[in-house]
Design a protein around this ligand. Structure first.
Ligand SMILES: Nc1ncnc2c1ncn2[C@@H]1O[C@H](COP(=O)(O)OP(=O)(O)OP(=O)(O)O)[C@@H](O)[C@H]1O
Ligand SMILES: [Mg+2]
Length: 328
């Protein structure tokens, strides 16, 4: 069995604000294997980016509440910032959501890179830029982009520059947060496959790929995890999540994206009625119950994570009786 690069156990991270606590990551348990790409999906506001921030840089009002995270076997929630800083970019790296906005229109790409890596304590010397150039070729960019201004580059080109920088130290684990959402369809595919190529080349170890687009995950992720309103819903091998989803929410999500699975082609776009609940001071119970047609009294108690089969886990009281039909 492959070893894990990341082990997350009962992780809770909340935003502590004046009105109370926004429970955006509430009891997540999952692992990522060495060399694996795990896809993370769920509706807007379900806590995907909060999970990413929790793993890499918790800044107030976001606080780690409880639970453990091990990176390469080492607990990282409790270690002081000065010990964690050298691990960023090298052991764990993040391509944040909206990273494209980080480029200043008045700076050349090269200057942007120099400023950024210096912040991480890396010397942008000749050797460094030789490596950058090598990597730019690898993502189909001519090194002359370094002398250009960001406004002269397309979104896809900027995204590839960001990918080169965030992977320059060959991170063991990278979190890619919505790196394709601002791009056109062909650039989306290109950028997503690029990440898989970097993994195949051994430049990155493992990745967590966050996106709304399950069809992209279908192409590049080995397993998919679904979140809803800060909670764990389901995790399993990609084929199984897409073709045999078991949680009513996963079923609805998949059914609303007919392009993902062949078996859903004849289905009408169903969408999911209603909106996710407010996470501020949210209480007990399955958070999907307000929108779930199968919800009953038991769902007022928070469901426990259960094993369906090897590698496939779910949090739903009624999964056994609902079976695997796809009529959610
Ligand atoms: N600084 C903050 N203070 C308080 N609440 C916050 C803060 N940032 C995010 N939240 C709340 O935390 C929840 C999760 O937000 P998050 O950005 O993690 O969602 P997401 O799944 O990444 O959404 P999207 O798909 O739109 O990127 C939301 O309810 C959001 O309103
Ligand atoms: Mg987000």
């Amino acid at each position: 069995m492959r070893e894990n690069i990341l082990e997350v156990k009962n992780l809770k991270a909340y935003y502590k604000i004046l009105k109370g606590q926004v429970k955006a990551v509430d009891d997540l348990t999952f692992n990522i294997k060495k060399g694996e790409i795990l896809g993370l999906a769920g509706e807007s506001g379900c806590g995907k980016s909060t999970l990413a921030s929790t793993l890499i840089s918790r800044k107030p009002p976001l606080h780690h509440i409880s639970g453990e995270v091990k990176l390469n076997g080492k607990e990282i929630m409790q270690i002081p910032e000065e010990d964690f800083k050298p691990m960023r970019l090298k052991n764990i790296s993040l391509i944040p959501q909206y990273a494209l906005d980080a480029f200043s229109p008045t700076k050349k790409i090269k200057t942007f890179i120099i400023d950024l890596v210096q912040e991480h304590g890396i010397k942008p010397d000749r050797e460094f830029f030789d490596k950058v150039k090598e990597r730019l070729y690898l993502v189909n960019l001519d090194p002359s982009v370094l002398e250009r201004y960001s406004i002269e580059l397309s979104g896809g080109m900027k995204q590839r520059v960001i990918m080169v920088i965030s992977t320059i130290l060959n991170p063991d684990f990278i979190i890619a947060d919505e790196i394709t959402s601002a791009l056109d369809v062909s650039s989306q595919r290109f950028v997503a496959t690029m990440l898989a190529n970097l993994r195949d080349e051994g430049i990155i170890g493992s990745a967590m790929f966050i996106t709304h687009d399950l069809s992209i995950l279908y192409q590049i992720a080995e397993r998919i995890m679904i979140m809803y309103a800060g909670c764990f819903i389901e995790i399993g091998p990609t084929e199984e999540i897409v073709k045999n989803p078991r949680h009513p929410y996963t079923k609805a999500l998949i059914a609303s994206l007919p392009q993902v699975g062949i078996q859903y082609q004849d289905k009408k776009l169903s969408g999911i009625k209603g909106t996710p609940p407010q996470l501020l001071n949210i209480g007990e119970g399955c958070r999907f119950r307000y929108r779930c047609q199968y919800a009953d009294k038991q769902c007022e108690i928070s469901p426990v994570r259960e094993r369906i089969n090897e590698g496939h886990y779910i949090s739903c009281w009624r999964w056994k009786e609902l079976g695997s039909d796809n009529n959610a």
